[in-house]
Design a protein around this ligand. Structure first.
Ligand code: DX5
Ligand code: ZN
Length: 214
């Protein structure tokens, strides 16, 4: 099943709750982009921000950790009410330890890979995680252009997951629009993260419902 995860990075923060309410009925997850100004050249939200929205939004929260030393941020973001935590493989030297730590806190775990990071970085951990988030832009900003170089990577990962006999959630993040979504779904992606193309539309709900029919 295709799951749509709107990224609130692209939503108007001056009326954020109103923006989120536009997608709450149609979306499957809400995507939070946590940026620390070190792992990526941008700063966004902290745990308190997630905790405040947790009280007012029913959707599951998918928290994409674009931070150095993700180990430090697991407990604060779990306590804030995250449902799925997604650190980057490039940000930790102890990936398996980090995954185990997250699972022990009772939330789901995914890992994100930058466009240039090879799939072999998942070799020894794939059976331990709930999802892989393949970045289709270099992370740090919304509104960037989709990198078609990642398409074969999506296809290859779906093949690996099938061979293992597991259904793995494969997410894509960055530059997803009405055209690129078809390309990623055709390669086996099933969790679609999108900011600009959802929140810049006058009818975000319609965008999501259209995509779900694909
Ligand atoms: C980029 C973020 C994305 C971003 C996607 O670093 O991880 O989640 O919000 O934005 P769009 O859909 O605008 O490319
Ligand atoms: Zn993201």
């Amino acid at each position: 099943m295709i799951k749509i995860a709107p990224s609130i990075l692209a939503a108007d923060k001056s009326c954020l709750l109103k923006e989120i309410k536009k997608v709450e009925r149609s979306a499957d997850l809400l995507h939070f982009d946590i940026m620390d100004g070190h792992f990526v050249p941008n700063i966004t939200f902290g745990p308190q921000f997630v905790a405040d929205l947790r009280k007012k939004v029913k959707l599951p929260f998918e928290v994409h950790l674009m931070v150095e030393e993700p180990e430090k941020w697991i407990v604060p973001f779990v306590e804030a009410g995250s449902d799925l935590l997604i650190p980057h493989v490039e940000a930790t030297s102890h990936l398996l330890r980090l995954i185990t730590f997250i699972k022990k806190r009772g939330v789901k775990v995914g890992v994100a890979l930058n466009p240039a990071t090879p799939l072999c970085s998942l070799d020894y951990i794939l059976s331990e995680i709930d999802m892989v988030l393949l970045m289709t832009v270099d992370p740090g900003f919304g509104g960037q252009e989709f990198l078609p170089e990642v398409l074969p990577k999506i296809k290859k990962l779906r093949k690996i997951a099938k061979r293992k006999g597991t259904f793995l959630d494969i997410g894509v993040d960055g530059g997803i629009n009405g055209k690129t979504i078809k390309e990623v779904i055709a390669r086996g992606a099933n969790v679609i993260v999108a900011g600009t193309s959802i929140f810049s539309n006058s009818n975000p709900e319609r965008v999501i419902l259209n995509w779900k029919e694909l």
